[in-house]
Design a protein around this ligand. Structure first.
Ligand code: PAF
Length: 269
C-alpha cells in the first residue's frame, strides 16, 4: 500500500479504474466495509484521510476529532487498500467553494449550517485530484449520500456513487467515529436509538406517523437523550412523505451527554 501526502505524487497513477473512499480517519469497521466493497469490484482503491475544517460548524467538535493515523494505515492495509492520500491543509488553498442546494437545509444541515457546503467543497477537490470511476460512502450519512450523488450527477457525470449499508455493533448501535467518546454505560443507552428506529420501521403507516415519532422522542428523552430531530422523509429525494411514497427514510440525530449521534433506517413500503 502506497502512502502519499501531496497531490503531485498522485500524478503518476495511471489507472482508469480508481475507486475512492474519502474519510476523515479514525477508521472503524464501517469504513473498512467501504474499502472491501471497492476492492471487490477489482478497482484500484484510494482512501483519503483529511479532517476537513470546512465542514465543522463547531470549533470544539473539530478540535476534538480523534486522530489515529497509525492505526488507520494498518487497518487500510489489511483491508486491501492500494493507496492512501493524506493531504496537508494546503489542499484548501484557493479551493472553490461549493454551495449545497436547498435540500441541505433539512435534517443535519439544519442544525449544522454550512456543513454540507464544506463536505461538497472538499469532495469536489478530491474528485478532481483523484479522478475516480467510483466513490463509496456510508448510508449512515444518508443526507450526505444523496447530496453527493446529486452533485456528482451534475458535475462528474461518469462518476458512480455507491452507498454502503450501515455497520452496527452487536446491540445495534451504528458504528461511528464519535462512539469513541462514549463510556460503557453510554454505549448501552445509545443502542436505544436503533431500537426506536426499528420500532417505527416495523409499525409505520402513513396515518401513524405523528404518534410513532412523538412516542419515540418521549422514550429517548426519558433515557437522557436530547433529540435534535427524528423525521421521516421520502428516501428517494428527501421530500415529504406522500401516500404514493415507495421508500422512506426514518432519520434521527440525538445528543447523548453532548455527543452527537446520527442513524437511520430505509424502509421499502
Ligand atoms: O463522511 C465523512 O467522513 C466526510 O463528510 C467526508 C465524506 C470524508 C468529507 O470530508
Amino acid at each position: 500500500m502506497k502512502v502519499i501526502r501531496s497531490a503531485s505524487d498522485y500524478d503518476f497513477i495511471n489507472n482508469n479504474n480508481i475507486s475512492i473512499v474519502p474519510t476523515m480517519g479514525n477508521l472503524h469497521d464501517g469504513h473498512l466495509e467501504l474499502i472491501k466493497s471497492a476492492k471487490s469490484s477489482n478497482a484500484y482503491v484510494v482512501a483519503t484521510i483529511f479532517i476537513n475544517p470546512l465542514q465543522f460548524n463547531d470549533k470544539n467538535d473539530y478540535k476534538n476529532y480523534p486522530i489515529t493515523i497509525e492505526e488507520d494505515l494498518k487497518a487500510l492495509e489489511t483491508s486491501g487498500c492500494d493507496l492512501v492520500f493524506l493531504p496537508s491543509s494546503n489542499i484548501l488553498d484557493n479551493i472553490k467553494t461549493i454551495n449545497a442546494p436547498n435540500s441541505a437545509n433539512i435534517l443535519c444541515g439544519k442544525s449544522r449550517p454550512g456543513h454540507f457546503d464544506g463536505v461538497l467543497t472538499i469532495l469536489n477537490k478530491l474528485f478532481q485530484l483523484t479522478n475516480p470511476k467510483t466513490a463509496y460512502f456510508g448510508l449512515k450519512d444518508y443526507q450526505q449520500y444523496i447530496l453527493v450523488k446529486d452533485f456528482a450527477a451534475k458535475n462528474f457525470p461518469d462518476l458512480i456513487i455507491n452507498g454502503i449499508k450501515t455497520k452496527r455493533d452487536i446491540n445495534g448501535l451504528a458504528l461511528s467515529s464519535r462512539n469513541i467518546h462514549l463510556k460503557e454505560d453510554q454505549l448501552k443507552i445509545a443502542s436505544n436509538i436503533y431500537k426506536e428506529l426499528t420500532y417505527i420501521s416495523n409499525h409505520y403507516s402513513y396515518a401513524s406517523y405523528d404518534d410513532l415519532i412523538n412516542q419515540a422522542i418521549t422514550n429517548l428523552s426519558d433515557l437522557g437523550f436530547n433529540v435534535d430531530y427524528l423525521l421521516i422523509y421520502d428516501a428517494s429525494r428527501l421530500n415529504n412523505v406522500t401516500k404514493s411514497s415507495t421508500e422512506i427514510l426514518i432519520a434521527i440525530a440525538v445528543y447523548l451527554d453532548g455527543i452527537r449521534l446520527i442513524d437511520n433506517i430505509i424502509k421499502k413500503l
